[in-house]
Write a protein that binds this ligand. Structure first.
Ligand SMILES: Nc1ncnc2c1ncn2[C@@H]1O[C@H](COP(=O)(O)OP(=O)(O)OP(=O)(O)O)[C@@H](O)[C@H]1O
Ligand SMILES: [Mg+2]
Length: 272
Protein backbone atom coordinates (compact mmCIF):
# COMPACT_ATOMS: atom_id res chain seq x y z
CA UNK A 1 0.00 0.00 0.00
CA UNK A 2 2.45 2.69 1.22
CA UNK A 3 6.15 2.16 0.66
CA UNK A 4 9.10 4.34 1.66
CA UNK A 5 12.20 3.24 -0.17
CA UNK A 6 15.50 4.77 0.99
CA UNK A 7 14.08 8.26 1.47
CA UNK A 8 16.80 10.80 2.23
CA UNK A 9 16.48 14.54 2.74
CA UNK A 10 19.41 16.87 3.12
CA UNK A 11 19.42 20.56 4.02
CA UNK A 12 22.89 21.76 3.04
CA UNK A 13 25.32 19.73 5.11
CA UNK A 14 22.55 18.51 7.44
CA UNK A 15 20.81 15.21 6.66
CA UNK A 16 17.35 15.43 8.22
CA UNK A 17 16.16 11.99 7.03
CA UNK A 18 18.61 9.19 6.25
CA UNK A 19 17.60 6.30 3.98
CA UNK A 20 14.22 5.77 5.61
CA UNK A 21 12.49 2.60 4.41
CA UNK A 22 9.25 1.03 5.60
CA UNK A 23 6.15 -0.60 4.18
CA UNK A 24 2.58 -0.22 5.41
CA UNK A 25 0.48 -2.96 3.86
CA UNK A 26 -2.90 -2.04 5.33
CA UNK A 27 -4.46 1.08 6.85
CA UNK A 28 -2.93 1.33 10.33
CA UNK A 29 -2.55 3.93 13.01
CA UNK A 30 1.17 4.65 13.20
CA UNK A 31 2.98 6.79 15.76
CA UNK A 32 6.36 8.32 14.98
CA UNK A 33 8.48 9.12 18.02
CA UNK A 34 11.95 10.52 18.59
CA UNK A 35 13.58 13.50 20.16
CA UNK A 36 13.59 17.03 18.77
CA UNK A 37 15.36 17.24 15.41
CA UNK A 38 15.12 13.48 14.75
CA UNK A 39 13.40 14.12 11.41
CA UNK A 40 9.78 13.33 12.26
CA UNK A 41 8.21 16.43 10.71
CA UNK A 42 10.45 16.23 7.66
CA UNK A 43 9.30 12.65 7.08
CA UNK A 44 5.62 13.69 7.13
CA UNK A 45 6.29 16.73 4.95
CA UNK A 46 7.99 14.56 2.34
CA UNK A 47 5.02 12.19 2.29
CA UNK A 48 2.62 15.10 1.85
CA UNK A 49 4.96 16.68 -0.72
CA UNK A 50 5.22 19.92 1.24
CA UNK A 51 8.89 19.27 0.59
CA UNK A 52 10.71 17.01 -1.90
CA UNK A 53 13.07 14.25 -0.82
CA UNK A 54 16.68 14.47 -2.03
CA UNK A 55 16.68 10.79 -3.04
CA UNK A 56 14.62 7.65 -2.65
CA UNK A 57 11.08 6.85 -3.67
CA UNK A 58 7.62 6.75 -2.09
CA UNK A 59 4.87 4.69 -3.68
CA UNK A 60 1.21 4.41 -2.74
CA UNK A 61 -0.84 1.60 -4.26
CA UNK A 62 1.89 1.22 -6.86
CA UNK A 63 1.84 4.91 -7.85
CA UNK A 64 5.08 6.84 -7.49
CA UNK A 65 4.33 9.78 -5.18
CA UNK A 66 7.85 11.12 -5.54
CA UNK A 67 7.38 12.06 -9.20
CA UNK A 68 3.99 13.78 -8.93
CA UNK A 69 3.79 17.35 -10.22
CA UNK A 70 1.06 19.96 -10.81
CA UNK A 71 -2.53 18.75 -10.61
CA UNK A 72 -1.48 15.18 -9.77
CA UNK A 73 0.55 16.50 -6.85
CA UNK A 74 -2.37 18.59 -5.58
CA UNK A 75 -4.63 15.56 -5.88
CA UNK A 76 -2.18 13.53 -3.81
CA UNK A 77 -2.02 16.30 -1.18
CA UNK A 78 -5.78 16.14 -0.80
CA UNK A 79 -5.48 12.35 -0.39
CA UNK A 80 -3.17 12.80 2.59
CA UNK A 81 -4.57 15.60 4.72
CA UNK A 82 -2.31 17.13 7.32
CA UNK A 83 -3.10 18.48 10.78
CA UNK A 84 -0.69 20.51 12.89
CA UNK A 85 0.16 21.26 16.51
CA UNK A 86 -1.11 24.84 16.17
CA UNK A 87 -4.38 23.82 14.42
CA UNK A 88 -3.82 26.35 11.56
CA UNK A 89 -7.43 27.53 11.53
CA UNK A 90 -8.57 30.99 10.43
CA UNK A 91 -9.26 32.37 13.95
CA UNK A 92 -11.87 35.02 13.09
CA UNK A 93 -13.80 32.81 10.71
CA UNK A 94 -16.67 30.62 11.94
CA UNK A 95 -16.10 26.93 12.58
CA UNK A 96 -18.17 25.62 9.69
CA UNK A 97 -16.39 27.86 7.16
CA UNK A 98 -13.06 26.66 8.52
CA UNK A 99 -14.19 23.07 7.89
CA UNK A 100 -15.43 23.97 4.39
CA UNK A 101 -11.92 25.22 3.64
CA UNK A 102 -11.08 21.53 3.35
CA UNK A 103 -12.91 21.51 0.01
CA UNK A 104 -10.92 24.43 -1.45
CA UNK A 105 -8.79 22.24 -3.67
CA UNK A 106 -11.84 21.13 -5.63
CA UNK A 107 -13.61 24.48 -5.94
CA UNK A 108 -13.26 27.28 -8.45
CA UNK A 109 -11.52 30.53 -7.53
CA UNK A 110 -14.74 32.41 -8.19
CA UNK A 111 -16.85 30.43 -5.71
CA UNK A 112 -13.99 30.63 -3.19
CA UNK A 113 -13.84 34.41 -3.52
CA UNK A 114 -17.51 34.79 -2.77
CA UNK A 115 -17.59 32.10 -0.08
CA UNK A 116 -20.17 30.11 -2.01
CA UNK A 117 -20.42 26.55 -0.83
CA UNK A 118 -22.81 23.94 -2.24
CA UNK A 119 -25.53 22.87 0.22
CA UNK A 120 -24.31 19.30 0.21
CA UNK A 121 -20.85 20.43 1.34
CA UNK A 122 -22.39 22.45 4.16
CA UNK A 123 -24.40 19.40 5.23
CA UNK A 124 -21.36 17.15 5.20
CA UNK A 125 -19.38 19.73 7.19
CA UNK A 126 -22.10 19.74 9.87
CA UNK A 127 -22.25 15.91 9.84
CA UNK A 128 -18.50 15.71 10.38
CA UNK A 129 -18.65 18.26 13.21
CA UNK A 130 -21.48 16.19 14.71
CA UNK A 131 -19.37 13.09 14.52
CA UNK A 132 -16.54 14.86 16.35
CA UNK A 133 -18.94 16.08 19.01
CA UNK A 134 -18.59 19.80 18.24
CA UNK A 135 -21.59 20.59 15.96
CA UNK A 136 -23.01 22.99 18.55
CA UNK A 137 -19.99 25.24 17.96
CA UNK A 138 -20.49 25.41 14.17
CA UNK A 139 -21.54 29.11 14.05
CA UNK A 140 -18.88 30.34 16.50
CA UNK A 141 -15.59 31.92 15.54
CA UNK A 142 -12.80 29.34 15.70
CA UNK A 143 -10.87 31.52 18.17
CA UNK A 144 -13.74 31.18 20.69
CA UNK A 145 -13.14 27.43 21.05
CA UNK A 146 -10.80 25.60 23.43
CA UNK A 147 -7.58 24.10 22.04
CA UNK A 148 -9.04 20.59 22.02
CA UNK A 149 -12.15 21.80 20.21
CA UNK A 150 -10.03 23.72 17.67
CA UNK A 151 -7.96 20.62 16.96
CA UNK A 152 -11.19 18.69 16.33
CA UNK A 153 -12.21 21.45 13.87
CA UNK A 154 -8.86 20.91 12.13
CA UNK A 155 -9.57 17.16 11.99
CA UNK A 156 -13.04 17.94 10.57
CA UNK A 157 -11.42 20.14 7.90
CA UNK A 158 -9.07 17.27 7.03
CA UNK A 159 -12.00 14.81 6.82
CA UNK A 160 -13.79 17.17 4.43
CA UNK A 161 -11.10 16.20 1.89
CA UNK A 162 -12.11 12.54 2.33
CA UNK A 163 -8.41 11.61 2.55
CA UNK A 164 -6.90 8.11 2.41
CA UNK A 165 -4.26 9.13 4.93
CA UNK A 166 -4.35 11.61 7.81
CA UNK A 167 -0.96 13.01 8.79
CA UNK A 168 -0.76 14.66 12.20
CA UNK A 169 2.34 16.57 13.27
CA UNK A 170 2.31 16.63 17.10
CA UNK A 171 -1.49 17.01 17.18
CA UNK A 172 -1.70 17.06 20.97
CA UNK A 173 1.49 18.87 21.93
CA UNK A 174 -0.38 22.10 22.80
CA UNK A 175 -3.26 20.43 24.63
CA UNK A 176 -3.90 19.54 28.26
CA UNK A 177 -4.06 15.79 29.01
CA UNK A 178 -7.87 15.59 28.92
CA UNK A 179 -8.17 17.31 25.52
CA UNK A 180 -5.19 15.31 24.27
CA UNK A 181 -7.08 12.09 24.95
CA UNK A 182 -10.23 13.33 23.21
CA UNK A 183 -8.23 14.30 20.10
CA UNK A 184 -6.26 11.03 20.02
CA UNK A 185 -9.47 9.04 20.45
CA UNK A 186 -11.05 10.98 17.55
CA UNK A 187 -8.10 10.05 15.33
CA UNK A 188 -8.34 6.43 16.49
CA UNK A 189 -12.10 6.34 15.75
CA UNK A 190 -11.55 7.79 12.28
CA UNK A 191 -8.95 5.11 11.61
CA UNK A 192 -11.18 2.28 12.84
CA UNK A 193 -14.51 3.41 11.45
CA UNK A 194 -13.37 4.75 8.06
CA UNK A 195 -10.37 2.47 7.55
CA UNK A 196 -8.13 5.49 6.93
CA UNK A 197 -4.42 5.35 7.61
CA UNK A 198 -3.28 7.73 10.37
CA UNK A 199 0.37 8.68 10.84
CA UNK A 200 1.03 10.91 13.84
CA UNK A 201 4.23 12.40 15.22
CA UNK A 202 3.92 12.08 18.95
CA UNK A 203 6.11 13.39 21.72
CA UNK A 204 5.18 10.90 24.40
CA UNK A 205 5.63 7.17 24.54
CA UNK A 206 2.45 6.28 26.34
CA UNK A 207 0.31 8.07 23.73
CA UNK A 208 2.03 6.10 20.97
CA UNK A 209 1.58 2.86 22.90
CA UNK A 210 -2.02 3.48 23.79
CA UNK A 211 -3.45 4.59 20.46
CA UNK A 212 -1.19 3.19 17.75
CA UNK A 213 -0.93 -0.24 16.12
CA UNK A 214 2.64 0.41 15.16
CA UNK A 215 5.40 2.71 16.35
CA UNK A 216 8.30 4.02 14.28
CA UNK A 217 11.21 5.45 16.26
CA UNK A 218 13.59 7.94 14.65
CA UNK A 219 17.00 9.02 15.85
CA UNK A 220 19.28 11.41 13.96
CA UNK A 221 17.22 11.01 10.78
CA UNK A 222 17.29 7.22 10.83
CA UNK A 223 14.52 4.79 11.59
CA UNK A 224 15.92 2.90 14.57
CA UNK A 225 12.74 1.16 15.69
CA UNK A 226 9.71 -0.18 13.82
CA UNK A 227 7.39 -2.44 15.75
CA UNK A 228 4.30 -2.93 17.85
CA UNK A 229 3.64 -1.08 21.11
CA UNK A 230 4.46 -4.36 22.93
CA UNK A 231 7.88 -4.45 21.30
CA UNK A 232 8.56 -0.89 22.42
CA UNK A 233 10.29 -1.78 25.67
CA UNK A 234 11.94 0.74 27.98
CA UNK A 235 15.29 -0.33 26.51
CA UNK A 236 14.06 0.30 22.95
CA UNK A 237 12.68 3.69 24.00
CA UNK A 238 15.96 4.61 25.67
CA UNK A 239 17.75 3.79 22.44
CA UNK A 240 15.35 5.92 20.35
CA UNK A 241 15.66 8.92 22.66
CA UNK A 242 19.39 8.44 23.12
CA UNK A 243 18.82 8.77 26.84
CA UNK A 244 21.10 7.36 29.51
CA UNK A 245 20.27 4.79 32.18
CA UNK A 246 18.37 7.38 34.21
CA UNK A 247 15.65 7.34 31.51
CA UNK A 248 12.41 6.29 33.10
CA UNK A 249 9.04 5.36 31.64
CA UNK A 250 7.37 7.47 34.30
CA UNK A 251 8.88 10.60 32.81
CA UNK A 252 7.02 10.06 29.54
CA UNK A 253 3.53 9.68 30.85
CA UNK A 254 0.74 12.00 29.78
CA UNK A 255 -2.05 10.20 31.56
CA UNK A 256 -4.54 12.43 33.31
CA UNK A 257 -3.12 11.58 36.72
CA UNK A 258 0.33 12.60 35.54
CA UNK A 259 1.82 15.70 37.09
CA UNK A 260 3.32 18.45 34.98
CA UNK A 261 6.94 17.86 36.08
CA UNK A 262 6.77 14.41 34.42
CA UNK A 263 5.97 15.99 31.09
CA UNK A 264 8.69 18.54 31.54
CA UNK A 265 11.19 15.77 32.18
CA UNK A 266 10.31 14.13 28.88
CA UNK A 267 10.61 17.48 27.16
CA UNK A 268 14.07 17.72 28.68
CA UNK A 269 15.01 14.25 27.49
CA UNK A 270 13.62 15.02 24.04
CA UNK A 271 15.53 18.27 23.80
CA UNK A 272 18.95 16.97 24.83
N1 LIG B 1 13.54 23.91 6.13
C1 LIG B 1 14.63 23.48 6.76
N2 LIG B 1 15.86 24.03 6.48
C2 LIG B 1 16.97 23.58 7.07
N3 LIG B 1 17.00 22.60 7.99
C3 LIG B 1 15.84 22.01 8.32
C4 LIG B 1 14.60 22.42 7.73
N4 LIG B 1 13.60 21.66 8.25
C5 LIG B 1 14.19 20.81 9.12
N5 LIG B 1 15.53 21.02 9.17
C6 LIG B 1 16.49 20.27 10.00
O1 LIG B 1 16.25 18.88 9.81
C7 LIG B 1 16.36 18.18 11.04
C8 LIG B 1 15.06 17.45 11.32
O2 LIG B 1 14.05 18.40 11.60
P1 LIG B 1 12.53 18.00 11.88
O3 LIG B 1 11.78 19.25 12.01
O4 LIG B 1 12.10 17.01 10.87
O5 LIG B 1 12.67 17.27 13.30
P2 LIG B 1 11.52 16.79 14.29
O6 LIG B 1 11.83 15.38 14.65
O7 LIG B 1 10.19 17.06 13.71
O8 LIG B 1 11.78 17.71 15.57
P3 LIG B 1 10.71 18.34 16.62
O9 LIG B 1 10.37 17.22 17.59
O10 LIG B 1 11.48 19.42 17.28
O11 LIG B 1 9.53 18.82 15.86
C9 LIG B 1 16.74 19.20 12.08
O12 LIG B 1 18.14 19.18 12.23
C10 LIG B 1 16.28 20.51 11.48
O13 LIG B 1 17.06 21.58 11.94
MG1 LIG C 1 8.61 18.24 14.28
Amino acid sequence: MLRFDNITKTFGANTAVKAASFVVDKPMMIGIIGRSGAGKSTLLRILNKLTDSTSGEITFDGLSVTDLRGAAKRNWQSQCAMIFQQFNLVPRMDVVSNVLHGTLNRRSTMSTMFNLYPDEDIHSAIDILERLGIAEHAPKRAEALSGGQQQRVAIARALMQDPRIILADEPIASLDPMNAQVVMQSLRDIHEQDNRMVIANLHTLDTARRYCDRVIGMRDGKIVFDGTPEQLTTGAARDIYGADASFSEATTSTQIETTEPGNKLLADIAAH
